[in-house]
Design a protein around this ligand. Structure first.
Ligand code: UDX
Length: 443
């Protein structure tokens, strides 16, 4: 059992902390958002993630998981300290590393305060980059700690990037494809081998820079794959092919793989868009203009506009038309709307003066904060009532269970745009809908 500190109790930090506690470690999570910590101490989690609440409750009960607002307590009471604070995008698309920097300074100040209980026993701390950071960030963390930490305290830096997918994060923690750890010492490597021993998967120990780069390179490749199939979907529309069929044919080639070949309105979320932008900006800085990734971004942005184009093809003009939006979160099984395509699409529809009614299974409260003036309902039939057009933006499984015959009777016009190609166009056409997918045959 290790004593582990997590600085930053967000999607990454809280999942990592709770799951490390579940593995039997003593974990203290801290955050500078006092409200968030207060809620966590009352076992209230500020975001939805399947399976997380149960683990938090279990580990708190077992006295394996604790919450604090004090970085000093983390540095004093734990030996391995994960930095899991946000690295939000700046205006120019760089990653704002100020939170990482502030936390590093706080760690150094706390290290200065702790006295070694046993003067003969040197204090050791392992500081781990868990947040997604541009390659070379660890140099800054190390330099800051070296400059500000008094002699007599030993520390190592490491990079342990996460590959958690929102809505699947707990499962991804316990069943990852691989664990990547960048270390600079045998001592640090041994600690990670012990921490991750219960997790059966390939563990790649690398230098720190390679570990940092693996994260950005992986996320960017995933986004590239999505923009590639979205580009193919545009060609499918022009030649009358079906992108779902093309993707299936491509994905059977093991070198391509079927995952991340779903065409639609493009990627969103708090990671892919930000990581791509950061990678492009970092590449510029080190003298490599990453034009390929710039095109990945362009294609992704264009996909959102397709929905408006298709809506106009069906309704001619959108002014005062009743349009039902089904799906607000950036993907299913999460309440997260960060960089969700729905935000851009709602803005464009509002500009066309359409009358919008919105549904989602988890994300309504979050979207209300952005667009308080819209009509929201948890009842899809209420959203469909009197609508000229329904636009599906998130492929929640539960949408497949709604009674589309009833939906059609409630609507003024039978138009459906499926932004995620997840509805059954043949059945919908049989019911009498006019179905439009993304790169799909419409019959
Ligand atoms: C992603 C990476 O998958 C994960 O490894 C990393 O740690 C964080 O970023 P996440 O953003 O949670 O995870 O969701 P993901 O499932 O990757 O989907 C990202 C976006 O791509 C979503 O908007 C999704 O709708 C879209 N997507 C995904 C597609 O448009 N097509 C696909 O085939 C797959």
């Amino acid at each position: 059992m290790k004593k582990i500190g997590i600085i930053g109790a967000g999607h990454v930090g809280l999942v990592t902390g709770a799951c490390l506690a579940k593995l039997g470690n003593k974990v203290i999570c801290c955050d500078n958002d006092l409200e968030k910590i207060k809620k966590l101490k009352n076992l209230q989690i500020h975001f939805y993630e399947p399976g997380l609440e149960e683990i938090v409750k279990e580990c708190v009960k077992k006295k394996l998981l604790f919450f604090t607002e004090s970085i000093y307590q983390i540095v004093k009471d734990t030996e391995i300290i994960f930095i899991a604070v946000g690295t939000p995008p700046t205006e120019e698309g760089k990653l704002d590393l100020s939170y990482v920097e502030n936390v590093t300074v706080e760690i150094a100040k706390s290290l200065t305060k702790i006295k070694s209980k046993n003067p003969k026993k040197k204090i050791y701390r392992l500081i781990v980059e868990k947040s997604t950071v541009p390659v070379l960030t660890s140099e800054w963390v190390k330099k800051t700690l070296e400059l500000l930490t008094p002699t007599g305290i030993e520390f190592d830096i490491a990079a342990n990037p996460e590959f958690l997918r929102e809505g699947n994060a707990v499962n991804d923690f316990f069943h990852p494809d691989r664990i990547v750890i960048g270390v600079e010492s045998k001592r640090a490597k041994k600690i990670f081998e012990e921490i991750y021993k219960p997790i059966k998967c390939p563990k790649i120990f690398t230098d720190i820079r390679s570990a940092e780069l693996i994260k950005h390179a992986s996320n960017s490749f995933l986004a590239l794959k999505i923009s590639y199939i979205n580009a193919i979907s545009n060609i499918c529309e022009k030649v009358g092919a079906d992108v779902e069929v093309v993707a299936e044919g491509m994905g059977l080639d093991k070198r391509i793989g079927k995952d991340f070949l779903k065409a639609g309105i493009g990627y969103g979320g708090s990671c892919l868009p930000k990581d791509i932008a950061a990678f492009i900006s970092l590449s510029e800085e080190i003298g490599y203009p990453f034009n390929l990734l710039k095109e990945v971004q362009n294609i992704n942005q264009q996909q959102r506009l397709l929905v408006i184009k298709k809506a106009k093809e069906l309704l001619w003009n959108l002014k005062n038309k009743n349009i039902g939006i089904f799906g607000l979160s950036f993907k299913p099984n999460t309440d997260d709307i960060r960089e969700a395509p729905s935000i851009d699409i709602i803005k464009l529809l509002k500009k066309e003066e359409a009358i919008l009614k919105c549904h989602d299974f988890k994300a309504i409260e979050n979207m209300k904060k952005l667009f308080p003036d819209l009509f929201y309902s948890e009842n899809p039939y209420e959203v469909a009532k009197e609508s000229h057009l329904l636009i599906f933006l998130t492929e929640w499984d539960d949408y497949k269970k709604i009674d589309f015959k009833k939906i059609k009777e409630l609507m003024k016009m039978p138009y459906i745009i499926d932004g995620r190609n997840f509805l059954n166009n043949k059945i919908l056409n049989k019911i009498g809908f006019v179905y439009r997918g993304i790169g799909r045959k419409n019959e």
